[in-house]
Write a new protein. Structure first.
Length: 119
């Protein structure tokens, strides 16, 4: 009976929930990384996650590329100052970022982090 119940729960679960679980399971396999929910502001951290949203702020002289990363436990906005794009960076891409977390208007941010693409 429990197998049928688990199957029904899995069928009723949302895509968002399933994606968060898959991302969290993958993020836990990357050595040296911390979960976003447990990351400490103003400390150097290594975070892994999936790009959920990208925004380009096209103000001349103040261009910035913002990307929202989720690891299934939370979200962090990474900001690349002076950039309108980064080759290979797209929605759904798995990334590893290293830098110092800060808080801006209640949101966690990382400015100009070291970025690498994960498999």
């Amino acid at each position: 009976m429990s197998v049928v119940r688990r199957l029904l729960e899995r069928l009723n679960e949302s895509d968002e929930t399933r994606l968060a679980e898959e991302t969290r399971a993958w993020a836990e396999t990357v050595e040296g990384s911390v979960r976003i929910a447990g990351a400490v502001p103003r400390q150097p951290v290594r975070i892994v996650g999936v790009i959920r949203r990208m925004t380009v702020l096209p103000m001349e002289g103040k261009e910035a590329l913002q990307a929202l990363i989720s690891d299934g436990t939370g979200e962090v906005t990474i900001v690349f100052m002076g950039r309108r794009g980064i080759g290979g960076l797209s929605l759904g891409k798995r990334v590893v970022v290293e830098g110092v977390l800060g808080e801006h208007r209640g949101d966690m941010r990382m400015v100009n982090p070291r970025l690498e693409f994960a498999s």
